[in-house]
Write a protein that binds this ligand. Structure first.
Ligand code: ACM
Length: 696
């Protein structure tokens, strides 16, 4: 697989270098595609897309393909504003002719053929695929290619031969910590389809909630969910919705830990005495199933059997993460069992549990997938390992004949910039040294959206657009890795994703309106300027920096909840500073742009402060606003010194850097993102740097 991808990558490289001698694979100019296809051969001219646009099928057809075609046409109509006929042409003649060879598996399998060839000429387009999965991917590529042109909408002529690098390209959504309504899940599945992801991993149970209806054990959802759960009919509908988009649904029922919500109705499963209540706080907690109790396995046998009938996928996730063992240590019966069975420690006890549960899962016709804690000596080989604690466990698993997927590096909740996720490759690190056979066991990866700090309102903006670059990492050849090209395409694709009803861009304005109340236009603009310069604290510091212990009842209506996890404006500012400094401070255009931005920042606080007096939510960020203003003042002074060619005094520099250090500390759980770029300007202004003596 990797070898193939490399050869294909080379193909594009050669093609691109013929057309554009200095270009790398990732710098194909015209095609705003994400993920980038394995192979693109640009043509000449373009195919017009007007209201006569039509689709016809030749070859294999099924209702799912007809629905995909109608969805495609609806989407095309939305993107272009053109009125389009939504039914396929019966004559076999059409603007886009689709030929699918045969059906895919009734229950979608890992590694099915998802390839397609899209041929666009100035007269028509042809999409060929082996299975409907490839057809649906090709339709998404076509949609991304449609752009406005001087004489109408058009698709550039090209031949695209495409297939995924990895067969498992997933997104996990935790709808247990915060319940996520189905309409929100559905539009995220639409987003996944747009970027060719094919696994929705549904994290359905947690300490804070049990979200799936069980008819066998109704106390699970009745007592464990605050009435926020998915009925079995809703789950079946969602699975059908996902299948229609070439997406598998893998359920996760986390056990033996992360399971407090199960015990509210079924304390007999637990290792402690109980009684138990739904957990409201975040973190790792003591409650865990009792691995020594036969009633637990009898219960799980029936429960897994029930869920296995609802979720058709061949894989069943049993969690297995973060068991702290305290309830096991404190239970004399468990200790006696361990002694009698020669089970040396809690890790071995968990291995015993995983082995027992694996047999139940297999009995119900499924393969177990679990977090990397389940990978301990003696667990059955037919388990898929989801590596989250480090990339090393993925390679380790592959060496020991386990199959695995990578999630370490793809945790969307950590607030990393897209470029950092993008740089993480399932085949890098220890995995790079695996044999070809071992590499085959690495099936792909999954981004993870953990939901401590996610509400139905802002979920989209926590997932998108960054998830699209993880989708590209898992689909495109390994050589596709230029961050500049990625960001340019991401900007375009992010806007496209909004046509699907995703709210990742629009939600900030709505949420800022809540903060702003009856603010004047100028005040609202000032709030927006501040919002554009900050990001929520990173990694797991949100918990530590909280004003009061956060719980599932904590409102998520603050600026920290409204702003995206990666600020485009702050990133562009950083790029502008780099551009200016790399010109030895001679680039007048970037200097002028910096001046405009910095002046706006300097003057922003004076506009915003009156609003801070009227809104508690804005008052919370009054100090951030003062910082932004101070940042503008300091950077303008630096620009001024640079322009005059007079190095700023060391005392000034020391003072500014000390102020910046203060600004780098989180306030209201927000980080002042442009601070490091301003630091570069201050250092440059003090002389001895890139701009010394730059002015005549
Ligand atoms: C995990 O993040 N505990 C899988």
């Amino acid at each position: 697989m990797a070898q193939n991808a490399r050869l294909q990558g080379l193909g594009i490289l050669i093609l691109c270098s013929l057309l554009h001698p200095a270009m790398t694979i990732a710098q194909q100019p015209a095609l705003n595609l994400m993920p980038l296809p394995a192979n693109v051969q640009p043509g000449t001219g373009s195919l017009r897309v007007d209201s006569a646009f039509s689709v016809a099928f030749t070859g294999y057809i099924e209702p799912r393909l007809e629905r995909a075609s109608e969805r495609f046409l609806r989407q095309l109509a939305r993107q272009t504003g053109l009125p389009l006929a939504l039914k396929p042409s019966k004559t076999g003649k059409a603007t886009l002719v689709i030929q699918t060879d045969h059906a895919s598996k009734e229950i979608q399998e890992v590694g099915e053929d998802e390839s397609y060839i899209l041929d666009v000429s100035t007269a028509s387009a042809r999409l060929r695929a082996t299975t409907p999965l490839g057809t649906m991917h090709g339709l998404q590529t076509f949609l991304q290619l449609v752009d406005v042109s001087p004489d109408g909408f058009a698709v550039p002529a090209a031949t695209i031969q495409d297939k995924p690098r990895f067969p498992w390209r997933g997104l996990m959504i935790d709808s247990a910590r915060h319940f996520i309504p189905l309409d929100v899940i559905r539009r995220n599945l639409d987003g996944m389809e747009a970027v060719k992801m094919n696994v929705f991993h549904w994290h359905l149970s947690e300490n804070q909630g049990f979200r799936a209806e069980s008819r066998k054990f109704p106390k699970l959802h009745e007592l464990g969910s605050d009435s926020l759960y998915y009925t079995q009919d809703e789950i079946r509908d969602l699975i059908a919705y996902a299948r229609d988009r070439g997406i598998r649904v893998v359920p996760e029922f986390d056990m033996p830990g992360h399971s407090t919500a199960w015990f509210v109705g079924h304390p007999e499963l637990a290792s402690g005495k109980g009684p138990y209540e739904i957990e409201r706080r975040w973190g790792v907690f003591d409650p865990a199933m009792d691995p020594t109790n036969e009633r637990v396995y009898k219960f799980l046998d029936e429960f897994i059997g029930e869920m296995a009938r609802i979720f058709p996928d061949h894989y069943f996730h049993i969690g297995g993460d973060e068991v702290n063992g305290k309830e096991w240590d404190a239970n004399p019966k468990i200790q006696a069992f361990m002694k009698a069975q020669g089970i040396k420690n809690n890790e071995a006890l968990q291995a015993y549990f995983s082995g027992r549960v694996q047999k139940l899962v297999v009995k119900h016709g499924k393969v177990v997938i679990g977090w990397d804690e389940v990978l301990v000596r003696g667990v059955p080989k037919d388990i898929v390992i989801q590596s989250w604690r480090g990339q090393a466990s993925l390679a380790q698993a592959a060496k020991q004949s386990y199959r695995g997927i990578l999630s370490n590096g793809y945790y969307l909740d950590l607030g990393w910039p897209a470029a950092r996720h993008y740089a993480v490759d399932p085949m890098s690190g220890d995995a790079a040294n695996l044999s070809a056979e071992e590499k085959q066991r690495i099936l792909g990866g999954e981004s993870c959206m953990w939901a401590e700090y996610v509400s139905p309102e802002n979920l989209d903006s926590r997932i998108w657009p960054r998830n699209a670059v993880i989708a590209e990492r898992l689909w495109s050849p390994q050589e596709v890795r230029d961050p500049a090209s990625m960001y340019a395409r991401l900007d375009f694709v992010s806007a496209r994703l909004e046509w699907l009803g995703l709210t990742h861009r629009t939600v900030m304005r709505h949420m800022l309106q809540r903060l702003a109340g009856s603010a004047s236009r100028a005040e609202f603009a000032a709030l927006r300027t501040l919002a554009d310069a900050v990001e929520p604290v990173k990694e797991y510091t949100r918990e530590r920096t909280a004003p009061a212990e956060p719980t599932s009842a904590t409102p998520m209506n603050r600026l920290v909840d409204a702003v995206p996890l990666e600020s485009d404006a702050a990133r562009r500012f950083g790029e502008l500073v780099d551009q200016f400094l790399s010109s030895s401070c001679r680039d007048a255009a970037s200097e002028a742009q910096l001046g405009v931005q910095l002046t706006a920042w300097r003057d922003n606080d004076a506009i915003l402060q009156p609003l801070a007096q009227r809104s508690f939510l804005v008052k919370e960020v009054a100090a951030n606003s003062q910082d932004l203003s101070a940042l503008g003042t300091a950077a303008l002074a630096a620009l001024d010194a640079i322009a005059k060619g007079q190095p700023a005094p060391d005392t000034w520099k020391a003072q500014q850097l000390a102020t910046l250090e203060q600004m780098k500390k989180p306030k209201a759980q927000l980080l002042m993102i442009p601070a490091p770029a301003v630091q570069k300007l201050i250092e440059a202004a003090a002389g001895g740097g890139p701009c010394s003596g730059s002015k005549p």
